[in-house]
Structures are given as C-alpha cells and as structure tokens.
Design a protein around this ligand. Sequence first.
Ligand SMILES: Cc1cc2nc3c(=O)[nH]c(=O)nc-3n(C[C@H](O)[C@H](O)[C@H](O)COP(=O)(O)OP(=O)(O)OC[C@H]3O[C@@H](n4cnc5c(N)ncnc54)[C@H](O)[C@@H]3O)c2cc1C
Length: 374
Amino acid sequence: MARIAGVSATRPVVIIGAGIQGCAAAYFLSQRGQPVIVLEKDYVGRHASGVNAGGVRRLGRDIAEIPLSLAAMDWWNQIDQLLDIEDGFHRQSYVKVALDATASNLAASRIQQLQKAGFNHETWVDPGQLHQRIPHLTKSVLGGVIVEGDGWALPWKITRAFYDKAVSLGAEFQMPVEVQSLNYFGDHWQVTTDAGRIEADIVVNCAGAWGAQIAQMGGDCLPIEAHAPMLVITDRQPMFLDAVIGVMGDTLSFKQLDNGSMVIGGGIRGIASPAQNKTQITPNGLSTFVMTAGRVFPQLRDVAILRAWAGIEGYTNDNLPIIGLGSQPGIIHGFGFSAHGFQLGPAVGEVLADLVMARQPRVNISPFSPQRFN
Ligand SMILES: Cc1cc2nc3c(=O)[nH]c(=O)nc-3n(C[C@H](O)[C@H](O)[C@H](O)COP(=O)(O)OP(=O)(O)OC[C@H]3O[C@@H](n4cnc5c(N)ncnc54)[C@H](O)[C@@H]3O)c2cc1C
C-alpha cells in the first residue's frame, strides 16, 4: 500500500513543472478546491509533454503499469467533456506488427504473459485481418498484437487544455520561474526561485527530465537519465491509415494526422542537454526512421520529411515512473516517465492529487515507489 501525504495547512500546494503531469495534478487539485501554485521555468508543454508522439496506448506496457494505464484510459474516453475541448482523443486501434518469426514469438509470449496476469486487452491479429484493415501494410507482415480503442492525441493541445482548465478552476501558474532550491524547516518547505521565495506544506515534483535535480534539492537521490527521442513529420499523404502502427521488437510508431501528414518516431534518440535546455537531432537516427517506415509501408519509401525534432525525457533504469512520497514529509514525486508518460497523464494527475490530499489512489502505485532505489 502506498504511503500518502495529506494537506495539513492552508498554504497552496506548490507543483514544479507544467508538463502534462504538473498540469493534470493542478487540474485535479483545483477541481477539489485545493489552492495550487505551479512553477514552470519555461512555458506550458515546452518539453516532452508538448512535443511527444501523442500515442495514447495501453499496448505494450509493463504489467506493473497496466492498471495505471487502464485508469488513464477511463479519462481519455471522456477527455472532451473533462477539458471542454473537441476531438481531444482520436480513438482508433494500436497495432504492433510482427515482421519476422522472432517478433511473432515475442508477440505470442507477450499475450500469454498478459492473460496469466488477468489482462486480455491485447490480442493477436492475423495477416489477413490486418490487410483487410490496413491494406497498405507490407505484404510480408506475419500478424500483429492489437488493442482496440487505443489511439492518439495532439500532445500540446491536451497539455494546454489541462492548463486552461486548471486556471479556470483557480490554479495559479508562475512562468517563467525556475526553482533553485528547496529547504525543509520542520513543518514547511521554503521554495526558492529566481523570482523569490514561496512557503509550502506540500511540494509536488513534476519536473520531467529535471526531476532528479528537484528530488536532490528535497533530500532524495533518485537516478534518472535524460535522453532525447526523435520524431519526424512527413508531407501530406492521401489518407490511408486509421490505426497507430508500431513494430514488434522496435520502438518506432506511425500515425496519420487528420491533414494526411505522418508522424513517425519515438524510440531513436538524438542528444539531450537538459542543462542547456536543448536537444540535438542526429542524422543517422533519422535514416533509420525512413528505412523502417519503408519496410512497414512500402509507399513511404519516397515520402518527404518536412521536419524533425526531439524532446527531453527522464528515463529510470527499470523504465517505470517514479510516483510517490519522498523521504522528507510533504514532498511528492511524479517524474521519470521513460518516454511513455503522455497516455498516463490524466491518471497520474489524479494519483498525485490523491497523495496530496491523503486519499488512497484507486490503483496500486507501489511499483513506482521512490523507495525502490534505496
Ligand atoms: C519525442 C517523444 C515522444 C514521446 N511519445 C510518447 C507517446 O507517444 N506516448 C506517451 O504516452 N508518451 C510519449 N512520450 C513521453 C511523454 O511525452 C512524457 O512521458 C511526458 O510528457 C512527461 O511529462 P512530464 O510532465 O513528466 O514532463 P515534461 O513535459 O518534461 O514537464 C516537466 C516540466 O518541468 C519543468 N521544470 C524542470 N525543472 C524545473 C525547475 N527547476 N523549475 C521550474 N520548472 C522546471 C520543465 O521546464 C518542464 O516543462 C514521448 C516523449 C518524447 C520526448
């Protein structure tokens, strides 16, 4: 069972970071009447949360993460009503295709492993069914693992919508304001920023790739590494794809936006420089994208790449996020999403709000405990 914190006084909760986790936490806390101040060194969605691939997937998750991912999907299925937006979630299906026998075997054992654990949202789809649904897929595909009802969303739109909604409910965002140190005075935190000091009973660390730095300020040594996964967007193609496609044993994903452009990428990394607040794209990685794209959809061999970018993300060594109480009273961590935290965002916001308000989260978060690194 997860330890929980609880607001004991009337000072606003301070959230560090206005990515999707910080904005979603601000939303849920404001909606429950808890005053919140969010401190962001850049602007809303400037980093991973605004520039990611937008994959909203339960597919391929670590078993420990599935309950949180399922809880998030409850929110995704009502995201328009939740955030007062339109077309927030493009509900399709997500398929990881198997291109060789090793990948097929991997898929079979994955499905078996999930069923043993009581999950049946991932199922096998044979090549005939796949070609019926996605006729342009390479003829050599051997099948795939599918999750119906996964899909994609525009990352900046969702992160911004959580921000807008939180603000409309009374949350205060201070930007650009960088947190420089945290000091605990026995009964409260002093948060020192480049714009002054704030006192808080509870500090929530949603600082993404900078989360370990903030954790260190709060007395916790929580190891993450910063990496910069890359994405490309192509010119407009005739509409041919209404599913998100991944490749079994590979980290790439493909989706077609409403205007026909393809967003391709995810796993291949450029260079992350969190201290300089920037990323660098590496041309070798980009050529891998194009080659894999051509293997999966032969028609994409000659597609024109319009733009490439990378985002900074914090990775843990077990690829599970860090969510839970720190070692000092009143500090809560929610970072290290290892390149799959966008889909989890709404559920993470809810869990962080629960921890702040001393409520037991509705999903088991013990696999994400910060104490696992002790
Ligand atoms: C290229 C790419 C593709 C991805 N694709 C997917 C996908 O398809 N599906 C999926 O589920 N996930 C995906 N992810 C992962 C997902 O984007 C992240 O897990 C998620 O956005 C993390 O959100 P966050 O709020 O923790 O971090 P961030 O969005 O990085 O937000 C953290 C914020 O904290 C701020 N901050 C840091 N330090 C300080 C400080 N000292 N003071 C004040 N503010 C501070 C930063 O400026 C930043 O804005 C992808 C990530 C990348 C980079």
